[in-house]
Design a protein around this ligand. Sequence first.
Ligand SMILES: NC(=O)C1=CN([C@@H]2O[C@H](COP(=O)(O)OP(=O)(O)OC[C@H]3O[C@@H](n4cnc5c(N)ncnc54)[C@H](OP(=O)(O)O)[C@@H]3O)[C@@H](O)[C@H]2O)C=CC1
Ligand SMILES: CC(C)(CO)C(=O)C(=O)O
Length: 326
Amino acid sequence: MKIGIVGQGAIGSLFAYYFKTLSPVLLVKNIDVPARTIIGLTRESTLLDFAKQPVHNPFTNNAEPYIFDFLLITVKGYQLAELISQLRPWVARQTRLVIVQNGMGGAQMLAAHFPQNLIYAGTTTDAVYASATDTFQISAQGRLDIGPLWNMLDPTQYAPKPCKHKTVNWQHEKSLLDSLLRFHPFVMYHQDVSDALYTKLAINGVINPLTAVLQIKNGQLRQYPEKVAALKKEIFAVYKANDITFFEQALSHAIDIVIEATSENWSSMCQDVKYKRLSENETVLGFLSNMAKSKNLYTPVITELYQRLRLLDASHSSASLANDTD
Ligand SMILES: NC(=O)C1=CN([C@@H]2O[C@H](COP(=O)(O)OP(=O)(O)OC[C@H]3O[C@@H](n4cnc5c(N)ncnc54)[C@H](OP(=O)(O)O)[C@@H]3O)[C@@H](O)[C@H]2O)C=CC1
Ligand SMILES: CC(C)(CO)C(=O)C(=O)O
């Protein structure tokens, strides 16, 4: 089984570590950067020294090693559009795309560009951060929820040919997927993964923006119960208006559990703001905000946080442009 992983970031490195015995190929921006090291929960470290290929400069010969069965995509939401423009040569007819991101919309974007390929969408509660240059630390081993995108989206939006023409050998597909997923220590396969994605969207929709604008650890949200409650209330109203099936108390509890379980963590958005990087505001609050707008729903808390993060993102992207031209 041939696996490609796009990106050598935190989650890409975690997956390279999980799939190390399969010698994945890393599709990266720059092959000259050193191999990354990942440190596990028990402090053992592993050098992720696998074959690398520049994603923007596809192979011209010896193509066979680069016909992937699975291509795992673990870039940030705002990096996906540029990646898609570079990805075509790496996606063979039989290549399954597996996208694991926070926020929503990425899988839909992939489906629009690769309508004939089987696409799986996932979300993870694994937690990994850069502890030093080229080194990642696993800080929590979570769960990977994954499922076929063609069961989640409307067939008018995405119906890959092999499903439409019933040419998929489901036995083979199941056994390939099984071989992939058994490498993760805690994986849940869903026939319809949308519940898992909307649950994670609600978790990220509450924790990430609040911790980002307040610059606090996740656990410090305990000191802001009114802000947490107001945001939950609006997200639940958005889900209700959009006919997303959920149980209010259970979802509220799920959010509280993640706040507790990751209390010592700085959320990804909090760190993005701190280090003046772009955040995933558009695919988290932007997505929720669009869902609200589509139903003419008034969501002042979401809107206010979304606008604040938008301004921060705008200042961070102009600062990085200025640095690039220095
Ligand atoms: N880290 C975590 O603990 C968790 C992360 N997630 C989610 O997983 C996703 C990935 O996050 P994370 O791994 O933390 O992010 P990172 O920024 O650490 O990793 C993204 C990587 O992708 C690379 N990349 C971007 N565009 C391209 C491209 N066109 N070609 C090749 N490589 C590219 C980036 O390179 P460069 O840096 O040079 O731009 C970077 O190395 C996000 O949606 C995040 O919210 C979910 C749960 C937990
Ligand atoms: C689960 C949580 C909120 C952990 O911090 C996360 O996914 C993130 O930081 O993006």
